[in-house]
Design a protein around this ligand. Structure first.
Ligand code: PLP
Length: 392
């Protein structure tokens, strides 16, 4: 072991995390993304994926990926603005714009990069203000911090507090941006978009919604939370969604007006200075977008499973959180206890990850149960049975 003080310091930081039950490590999967997985050498029934519609391993999506790889190869070779923007990228952007009812869409290689890119393109200095829900995803928090704008966090979904903060800045703010998750990733509840849209309009602020966990799942056609809450592109001028969750592939996009997208193409550094995602990913996403639109039974199946789980968990008296979405966290409190329950579930063949600080606030560690259209009612029953054994 190195005696170098720099290493001593990071070792003691690691020890501290272990002692607080906050240590994290990767696990190795030898199977495709599916409820029944093979992880760390054993079969596990997983309730922790964001593959909400069961598309990550769909034969039509795999076939589209393979066919595009035969034509375009694997790597895109360059950034979109050099020569990395291929036909499938263009087709996907057009399909995403049409699906979300917007003039244009722009692909990013990850959701994290999309968020960093947009916020930093729109905000540039101390007179700009970003208002962020306290439970926003880390990528939105980082986007705000990196922008150098004044970052004001408001209590979760509390539009009254947001209103006060907007008023307080009214005289000296330049560009203002309200940033919110659509579906909150660790809580499963949703943002009050109609109220946020009114406030944004009133204060002449941008409203940006990160619909990573709503896109594909919510709304009649699967277009997401904006559709589910009956809002228009004028209400929510900046829509971000990821493609690695319900769509089952990878990457993300921003959808908005022609001018917004042109501006991002010129200024969003995480779009300009990075290699385009592989064309085969875009082709696979086109196939999964088709399935989102034609196979509404997946959303219906997911909804039925959510209801089954909530009903069963309520009967067991489990501390469910106020969520109607595929994210159904069970609030535990202490990190040690959340880890212990997760381990007990694993001993029974079930994988549910314990989510601990700093991903969630101190004292609110939880088991983040997520459901997928690929689960069956029997799978959910198995989870409820195991939870009943552990909780009593
Ligand atoms: C709300 C939210 N936004 C953004 C991201 C980042 O997306 P990506 O995984 O594509 O980087 C995630 C999770 O990954 C998320 O949950």
């Amino acid at each position: 072991m190195s005696a170098d003080p720099k290493f001593t310091k990071i070792r003691s930081e690691l020890d501290l995390r272990r002692s607080r039950h906050l240590y994290r490590s990767t696990r190795i999967s030898d199977s495709p993304q599916h409820p029944h997985m093979h992880i760390d050498g054993k079969p596990l029934l997983a309730f922790c994926s964001n593959d909400y519609l069961g598309l990550a391993n769909h034969p039509a999506v795999i076939q589209a990926f393979q066919q595009a790889a035969n034509i375009y190869g694997v790597g895109s070779g360059a950034a979109h603005l050099v020569n990395g923007h291929s036909r499938p990228h263009q087709q996907l952007e057009e399909a995403l714009a049409a699906f979300t009812g917007r003039e244009r869409a722009l692909l990013f290689s990850t959701g994290y990069m999309a968020n960093l890119g947009v916020v930093n393109a729109l905000l540039s200095g101390r007179n700009d203000v970003v208002y962020a829900d306290r439970l926003n995803h880390a990528s939105l928090v980082d986007a705000g911090l990196l922008s150098g704008a004044k970052l004001i966090r408001y209590p979760h979904n509390d539009t009254t507090s947001l209103g006060k903060r907007l008023l307080a800045q009214a005289d000296n703010a330049n560009t203002q941006l309200i940033l919110t998750d659509g579906v909150f990733s660790m809580d499963g509840d949703v943002a009050p978009l109609a109220k946020l849209a009114v406030m944004a309009r009133h204060h002449d602020a941008w409203l940006m919604v990160d619909d990573a966990h709503g896109f594909g799942v919510l709304g009649n056609t699967g277009a997401g939370l904006v559709e589910a809450q009956g809002l228009t592109p004028t209400d929510v001028p900046i829509l971000m969604a990821t493609l690695g969750k319900a769509l089952g592939t990878a990457g993300a996009f921003i959808a908005g007006s022609h001018d917004l997208i042109e501006y991002l193409i010129q200024t969003a550094r995480t779009f300009i200075y990075t290699t385009a995602q592989p064309p085969a990913i875009a082709a696979a996403t086109l196939a999964s977008l088709q399935l989102v639109q034609t196979e509404s039974w997946r959303r219906e199946q997911l909804l039925a499973l959510i209801q089954q789980f909530r009903q069963g968990a309520t009967q067991l008296g489990l501390p469910l959180m106020a969520s109607d979405t595929a994210i159904q966290p069970i609030l535990v409190g202490s990190s040690g206890q959340a880890l212990a329950i997760s381990r007990q579930l694993e001993e029974r063949g079930l994988l549910v990850t314990a989510i601990r600080p700093p991903t969630v606030p101190d004292g609110t560690a939880r088991l983040r149960v997520t459901l997928s259209a690929a689960h069956t009612a029997t799978d959910v029953e198995q989870l409820l049975t195991a939870l009943a054994q552990i909780w009593t």
